[in-house]
Structures are given as C-alpha cells and as structure tokens.
Design a protein. Structure first.
Length: 405
C-alpha cells in the first residue's frame, strides 16, 4: 500500500487487493543498505550493515537486491508506451502487414459518463462506479500515458470482483481486523511521511479520504489473514524440490568474481585548495604507515575514515564485483591477491583511500548450502501465488457475478 523512495515523499497507492496480496505472499524486502554483487549473485551475497557508504560506486546509485535469493519470476507487468507509432511503409504500392498494424488506430477511451452507477454485482453486492474510478485514477497516476479504454476498466473491474469475493469469503469465515490492528497499520503509514501535511497531500492526490484509507487497510488485513491461514497455509516445499531447482538452474545461481573489502577514506572536496589536498595526502600516508607497522585496520578506520557509512563497521564494504566501483578504486582493489593485503594510496573523485582485501571469491556457482533457504522461500512464494490465483478462479466460477460495462 505504500511505496517509498529516498529522494521523494512516500506515496499512498491503493491498488487492487488481489495484486497487493500477490506481492505480499511470501515476499520479503532487501534492507536499504544491501549492495548487489551482480544480479546472478544475489542468492549468496551477504548484506552489509545498513548505512550509506562513500565507497566510490561506479554508477549514480548502487544496485540493490531483495532478500529472496532465487531469481524472481518475471512480473510481466505492462507499461504504457509514450513512443509514436512508426510510419507505414509501402513496397510496390502494397502496405506491409507490420506497417498496417503500426498504422492501426488505438482503441478509443471510454467516456466516464458512459459508465453506469453500478458496474457489477457480486452475489448481489453492488460495486459502484465511484470505486472503479478511484482505482482507475490511481493506476492513471502511476502511468499517465495509459488510455482508459473499455478493456482497461474491465480489467480493473475484474480485480474488484475478485476483491469482493475474497472479502465475502473471509467475513463468512469470521475473520476480522480489530481497530487496534487497523490503527497501528495506519499510524505506521503516516509515520513514513515527513509531515502530516505531506500525508494529507498524498491522500488528496490519490482521491482518498482518511476514512477510505482506514476502510481499505482493514479490508486488506482481513483478506490477508484469511489467505495466509486458509488458502495458502498448507503450502510446503520439500528438500527434494529445493535441490532439484538448484540442479536444474545453474545459470540462475552463479555469481561473478567478487571481493570482500575494507577501506579508509580521507575525503577531498571538489573545491579543495592545493594546500587542503596536500594535508589530506599527508594524513592518508601517515595512516598507511601505521597499518604497515601493524596497526589495526578496523580501529584506524573507526577513528580516522571520512566515510560515514563504513566507518562504524571498521571500514567494511562487504562484497563488491567489477563495475560497482569507479575505475581507480576497482583496479587497486582487484589487484590485491592475499587476505589482509593492503593497497597503496588510491586517489578517486572522493579523495584518498587505503583498501584492504578481506576475502576473494572466484566466479562460479553458488554453493548449495549458501542458497538453499532462499530457494525454498522463492519456491514457496511461487506455489502460494499459484494457489492464490487458482482459489480466486474457483470463487468466480461458483459466484453469481453480473457485469454492466
């Protein structure tokens, strides 16, 4: 229900319960401080402790991975395209099939005044036009270029019908969410916004009142409880299933060459004077001399490093792969061969560094013991999703559903 981004305020996204639940089932999220050791290495790379590090990443931002180690199934989510259709071409006066398709007009938008006040009934319970339009507006806010065609509205309505069927079944089973549970969830949501005003602004932007959000939060909790305890509760993954997946998917369970590093940074600002740079160089040279004389790297990093992310961890950067760091840092780091070996002073756009190699791992398949729990979690999530959508299909087949658009 909530999406956050480090560079902007959180968003309230009130999408279909069906898709929310599909994402929630068995799903876990990576910590903010995780660094990927390559997409295929996600299965085994240990996450560094949370914090922002000034190790010189090669890109504008460091890629992150979720906690699920096995490769996630592709979502297949459609996105609206903003590109213009290619011009039709002719060959000897004949329009090619591809050109004809490109030139075909897109389906027209469905005017909202053509939508009836009640768009469907589910076992006699009406679904109002207003509920349909609220969800449509929220989809449109996420993909402004999307044309609101009749098919677009019908797909949303199909989700709302599934939501209603799940709610009816959950309530019939006596599943409830208490005021305390709903209020706690809402308080957590509010707390993620920088100010109460930003929270209210986001509600307004999504066409929601707080009462709407409370209702949706409660419904989501009721359905989620029901699904977890009555629908997917008996999903189990055997050790044999896990090993079979491991053996059949070697390409999905490999990792690139990677190294576990520590570093000490003496920062040099872009606007630093030659004298400032000279002082920084003298400081890093002194630190390197202490290390060569037997000084404790972690202790010196905690005392002297200017990297706020790794400093509290004794300069620990965890695991990195080629392409994650700027070139001078990467070249010096991968030139190290023996554990505890020190680099000479390295200069980057951030300042001066000393790098220490902790451990090196060659490229190859991730050992089974390192990844088996993550494979089990991935397989369980996939089986839960399948069972969840199969359950919705059964509900629809048994229900009396009347659709009016």
């Amino acid at each position: 229900m909530l999406q956050t981004d480090s560079s902007r305020p959180p968003k309230i996204v009130s999408l279909s319960l069906v898709f929310l639940l599909a994402g929630l089932l068995g799903c876990s999220h990576g910590s903010q401080g995780e660094q990927a050791a390559g997409a295929k290495a996600a299965a085994s790379a240990p996450a560094p402790a949370p914090g922002t590090t000034q190790a010189p990443a090669a890109g504008a931002s460091t890629a992150t991975t979720g906690a699920t180690g096995a490769p996630a199934a592709s979502g297949g989510s459609a996105s609206a395209s903003g590109s213009a259709a290619p011009k039709a071409t002719t060959t000897g006066g004949t329009v090619t099939a591809g050109a004809a398709a490109a030139a075909a007009a897109p389906p027209p938008a469905l005017a909202q005044d053509k939508i009836p006040a009640v768009v469907a009934k589910v076992n006699g319970k009406p679904i109002a036009k207003g509920d349909l339009l609220k969800v449509a507006d929220q989809y449109h806010a996420q993909a402004p270029g999307m044309t609101e065609t009749a098919d677009f509205y019908r797909k949303i309505l199909d989700q709302l019908i599934a939501n209603e069927l799940l709610l009816q079944e959950a309530k019939a089973a006596g599943v409830t969410a208490s005021d305390d549970e709903a209020n706690k969830q809402l308080a957590e949501l509010k707390g993620r916004f920088p100010t109460p005003e930003k929270y209210q602004e986001e509600l307004k932007k999504n066409g929601l009142t707080e009462a709407d959000l409370v209702k949706q939060t409660r419904e989501l909790m009721v359905v989620q409880k029901f699904v977890e305890t009555k629908v997917v509760n008996d999903v189990k993954v055997s050790d044999q299933d896990v090993k079979a997946f491991y053996d059949k998917n070697p390409d999905k369970l490999t990792r690139p060459e990677r190294i576990h590093l520590r570093h000490i940074l003496v920062k040099v600002d872009k606007a630093a004077t030659p004298e400032d740079k000279k002082k920084a160089r003298a400081k890093i040279d002194e630190l390197l001399a202490k290390l060569k004389a037997g000084g404790d790297f972690a202790k010196l990093a905690e005392e002297s490093s200017d990297d706020p992310g790794s400093k509290p961890r004794g300069g620990d950067l965890s695991w990195v792969s080629r392409g994650q760091m700027v070139k001078p840092f990467e070249d010096a780091a991968f030139a190290l061969k023996q554990p505890n070996e020190l680099s000479p002073v390295v200069e980057s756009q951030f300042g001066f560094h000393i790098i220490q190699l902790v451990e090196h791992q060659d490229a190859g398949k991730v050992p089974f013991d390192e990844v088996k729990d993550k494979i089990a979690g991935f397989l369980k999530q996939q089986q839960q999703k399948e069972k969840f959508f199969d359950h919705i299909k059964v509900l629809k087949d048994k229900a009396k559903v009347e659709i009016f658009i």
